[in-house]
Design a protein around this ligand. Structure first.
Ligand SMILES: [Zn+2]
Length: 415
């Protein structure tokens, strides 16, 4: 755990150190354990915990007597109702909104369909509606809501909170998301890339840090990767790490927006699989939409989502043509995930995101086998493929966790 300092001028710093230590412990900590773990003096720990108790951020949770001589020690834990944060995930298909308590528990969550045309003003209105609904959760003290975190498709400008030209949502070009939300809610707001948020959520779910190095593959309208390296979420030099779309995995495969064929992002995204399903007749186009063989047609996000659900269900049910389409995308993923795991020496890759549940069964079954077939050349160790422990709201949860991180992080506390 981070070490504290015994100087009165940095009391706020020590509060974050103590809070973070309490959060990372699974069963709470006594004041003696806190002093030993943080390097703070017993007197400083007593003062800091008194302030945190008064602020309602921690609570006394019973006595610890077993195995320790002397009088029983009081165990300190976070008070979940001590602070709340709102997390929003803006995806081209769905707006997910959660309210997290101080322990990271999901107190409320709502979903709203994203406006089909991706219009920024309509999206903002739907987002505010979702935020107001979670804030109205009974029993939640509005005074204790400390901010709004937004997970958005990249690229983003984290300093200004602006979404910069997201490739799949043209309506959000240079959308001043953070300032609009802060003005409308009266709460501090931050914007982060969706894949980064997903990695943060997964990291929060495992606060003791059992897993120090892994990739989070975010499977939604597009695909991106978030990284936890050395126990820390890696965001890159401009907070835009994780764009993996144009790595070549399938020479001669589908034509990508970049003008080349067989890019990873293009070959696995739901839209691409849906087009292949339409061409082969596994799924049928909605009325009035003509799909010439081998030609891409425009489909709105809801139609892609509905057809993707049908295609993947057909694959799960044993339809050979549907399986061939899904399995080819898994084979393409195997090339990329093997190389990524070798590059960063990862032994674990976590999958999640809004479209993940539809392909989860076949991925978990097939991807390790496809990777094993090519691993002999690339990898020296097996890589575990897992589903997110956080669930479908993973990016929204991570966005709220980033807000709460400000309460726990000594670096943020110093500002
Ligand atoms: Zn490309």
């Amino acid at each position: 755990m981070p070490r504290g300092a015994n100087l009165p001028a940095i009391a706020a710093f020590n509060e974050t150190v103590v809070l973070d230590a309490v959060r990372r412990s699974t069963d709470g900590l006594s004041r003696v354990e806190l002093a030993a773990g943080t390097g703070l003096s017993a007197q400083t720990v007593t003062n800091v915990t008194r302030r945190l108790l008064r602020q309602g951020l921690i609570r006394e949770a019973g006595k610890q007597s077993e195995g320790s001589p002397g009088k029983p020690r009081t165990i300190l834990r976070l008070d979940p109702a001590g602070a709340y944060a709102v997390g929003v995930h803006l995806d081209p298909t769905v707006i997910a909104c959660v309210l997290l308590d101080l322990e990271g528990g999901i107190v409320a969550h709502v979903h709203r369909p994203s406006p089909p045309d991706g219009d920024a003003v309509t999206t903002l209105a739907a987002t505010l509606d979702a935020i107001h609904e979670v804030l109205a959760t009974p029993g939640v003290d509005a005074e204790r809501v400390i901010g709004v975190g937004v997970a958005a498709p990249g690229p983003i400008d984290a300093d200004t909170g602006v979404v910069v030209r997201p490739p799949l949502i043209p309506g959000w070009n240079d959308f001043h998301l953070r300032d609009e939300l802060a003005a409308a809610t009266g709460l501090p707001a931050l914007v982060a890339k969706d894949v980064t948020c997903a990695a943060v959520a997964e990291r929060w779910h495992d606060p003791a840090g059992a897993s120090r190095d892994y990739a989070f593959v975010y499977y939604g309208t597009g695909v991106g990767v978030g990284f936890v390296l050395g126990g820390e979420v890696y965001t890159g030099s401009t907070d835009n790490a994780g764009d993996v779309g144009h790595v070549l995995v399938d020479p001669g495969g589908a034509l990508c927006t970049c003008g080349r064929r067989g890019c990873y992002g293009e070959s696995v995204r739901p839209y691409r699989l849906v087009m292949q399903g339409l061409w082969s007749g596994v799924v049928t186009a909605p009325e009035g939409v003509v799909v010439p063989d081998g030609e891409d047609v425009h489909l709105d996000v809801e139609t892609v989502d509905a057809l993707f659900t049908r295609l993947t269900a057909a694959a799960d049910a044993g339809d050979e043509r549907a399986r061939a389409i899904v399995d080819r995308s898994i084979r393409n993923s195997a090339f990329y995930i093997s190389n990524l795991s070798a590059l960063l020496d990862l032994d674990r890759v976590v999958y999640g995101g809004p479209s993940w549940a539809r392909v989860e069964r076949r991925y978990l079954d097939l991807l390790p086998r496809r990777m094993a077939e090519i691993d002999m050349e690339i990898l020296t160790h097996p890589v575990r493929i897992e589903s997110s422990a956080v669930g479908e709201d993973v990016a929204a949860v991570g966005a709220a966790a980033l807000v709460l991180d400000g309460t726990f992080s000594p670096r943020v506390g110093l500002r």
